[in-house]
Write a protein that binds this ligand. Structure first.
Ligand code: PXP
Length: 244
């Protein structure tokens, strides 16, 4: 049986990092969305962080107007973000843990500790017609808790996999494979992301039942030299195991 093609969600946060660092009007997020979709992105992802270090509120509203594929809004489980998401109506919301001082999202959600809040938030978003995913570590107990809450999608944190090498790399890959199999058995849709690049994406794309990979930093870094459209095409080729 032929495996379903893994979806590629293009995270455009760092287009706006470059804009915010100088307070200019460029590079233009809307243009980046249009280029990404024309180059074959299956979805556009953006993270409205509480400190607004890259994506701004106005970006999220403007993006919703132009995104033709699907919009995935990453956000912390706060009341403020809940209100914005319900107004904006992305297709998906990925709930992530957030600490102000971190460089990027470090670690997955502590689903057990925040279960009541996550349950309320998920219910409110789902009632508004938004599909919810939780960004979690590849841990079977956390996956059980997600299924229990009634969240349909998980995004497995691949940050640890991206950081290690040698034997540890195989160990992390095994953890991700086991987690994906466990989640699939429970009826959950399995996405993954964080720290993926041309050199490490293929093994993650080959995990059984992998639905979608969300990739940002390395795509934008490659875009500096090759252009955004080419970096997306190269990533698609790497996902499929085709030569670049
Ligand atoms: N998935 C989630 C939930 C994230 O928070 C991030 C980082 O914003 C990514 C995927 C993409 O990670 P990277 O920028 O390292 O590709």
């Amino acid at each position: 049986m032929q495996q379903k093609q893994v979806r590629l969600g293009v995270n455009l946060d760092h287009v706006t990092t470059l804009r915010q660092v100088r307070g200019t009007a460029y590079p233009d997020l809307i243009q980046a969305i249009q280029i990404s979709e024309a180059a074959g992105a299956d979805g556009i992802t953006m993270h409205l962080r509480e400190d607004r270090r890259h994506i701004q509120d106005a970006d999220v509203y403007a993006a919703r107007e132009v995104i033709k594929s699907s919009m995935n809004l990453e956000m912390a489980a706060t009341n403020e973000m809940q209100k914005i998401a319900i107004e904006v109506q992305p297709d998906y919301c990925c709930i992530v843990p957030e600490r102000r001082e971190e460089l990027t999202t470090e670690g997955g959600l502590d689903v057990m500790a925040h279960r009541p809040r996550l349950q309320d938030l998920t219910q409110a978003l789902q009632e508004a017609g938004i599909l919810v995913s939780l960004f979690i570590e590849p841990n079977p107990l956390v996956i059980d808790a997600v299924a229990d809450i009634g969240v349909p999608i998980i995004e497995l944190h691949t940050g640890r996999y991206a950081e290690v090498s040698g034997e540890q790399l195989q160990h992390e890959l095994n953890r991700l494979e086991d987690a994906a199999a466990h989640a699939h058995q429970l009826g959950l849709v399995v996405n993954a992301g964080h720290g993926l690049h041309l050199g490490n994406v293929r093994s993650i794309a080959q995990i059984n039942n992998m639905n979608e990979l969300n990739i940002g930093h390395s795509l934008i870094a490659d875009a500096l030299f090759n252009g955004l459209a080419q970096s997306i095409k190269d990533m698609r080729a790497a996902i499929l195991g085709e030569p670049l």
